[in-house]
Ligand binder design. Structure first.
Ligand code: AKG
Length: 281
């Protein structure tokens, strides 16, 4: 279940945190499963950081999210691993509220990997690249088509590689599709239109706007057209915390500048009648 405040947060910002929506013990069990997969397939051991891919200087500056540090999707997992515990009663209750009870499709897997080993020795900064939507927008879809679900398996500190979300951006994307009567607005086109329409988004996505990005994009609150308040939110949390995100929210990966790996699971619950789209292979 979501509180009234959480529901309002989801509607207004396109993302809401549900602290402890999955039991800590369940998060630890799923984390152990992921470590076992990394050990069996890649000889990466939980208690031996010298077996982890090492951090590199300059990764933040060149905005390189390096492949060697990242294990995304389901291809690193056995088919039988569906992370059922991530679909807790609290998460299912929240989906009932957002999408309607009996009106959403149970994900085949409640988790696909978003693992990022420490990859940068630089200070965290707000990236200018890789901002995207996971799904296309459409003027003819009414209501939510689905909800993205992110489950923290391990502590996720600031600068620890948590996904960055532009709070409020889902409203701007919806408006663009509606006002332009666009049936199919894929991620790259939506970003281009956002950049054209909003100087704040243009600066966010510009490599030339280097100074004070954390203050400018994460701390300041900027109102754009229609009173939508724009701000970059970083996903941080404790094991068992769950974030629910609007399918049209603009977001980007951030370099993991901490000393600990980032362990998050992601899944999508689609509304009944909507064809599921895979975000990761
Ligand atoms: O945090 C990340 O690694 C990127 C997550 C993302 O873009 C997604 O799941 O759609």
């Amino acid at each position: 279940m979501l509180t009234a405040e959480q529901r309002n947060e989801f509607d207004q910002y396109g993302i809401v945190r549900m602290p402890g929506a999955v039991a800590k013990s369940a998060a630890e069990e799923m984390l152990a499963t992921v470590w076992n997969c990394l050990r069996d397939r890649y000889h990466i051991h939980r208690d031996a950081p010298d077996t982890w891919p090492g951090p590199e200087p300059g990764a933040v500056e060149v905005q390189q999210i390096s492949g060697a540090h990242r294990f995304n999707g389901t291809r690193h997992l056995p088919k039988s691993e569906t992370f059922e515990q991530a679909g807790s009663a609290a998460v299912r209750g929240a989906l009932d509220e957002l999408l309607g009870a009996g009106n959403w499709q149970r994900p085949d897997r409640w988790g696909s990997l978003l693992v990022a080993f420490p990859e940068s020795t630089d200070h965290f900064d707000v990236p200018s690249s890789n901002w995207h939507l996971d799904f296309p927008a459409s003027c003819s879809s009414s209501g939510l088509t689905g909800v993205r679900i992110f489950t923290c398996l391990a502590k996720l500190p600031p600068g620890g590689g948590g996904t960055l979300f532009v709070a409020g951006s889902h409203k701007l994307v919806q408006n663009l599709a509606r006002e332009g009567r666009i049936e199919h607005l894929p991620s790259a086109d939506a970003r281009k239109r956002l950049i054209r329409a909003y100087p704040w988004v243009k600066a966010l996505c510009s490599r030339d706007e280097k100074a004070g990005r954390v203050q400018r994009f994460m701390k300041n609150r900027t109102k754009v057209a229609g009173g939508v308040e724009m701000r970059v939110n970083e996903m941080t949390g404790e094991p068992g915390d769950v974030f629910l995100a609007h399918p049209l929210i603009l977001h980007a990966p951030a370099a993991n500048c901490s000393a600990a790996p980032r362990f998050v699971l992601s899944a999508t619950a689609f509304r009944c009648g909507v064809s599921p789209i895979k975000v990761y292979p």
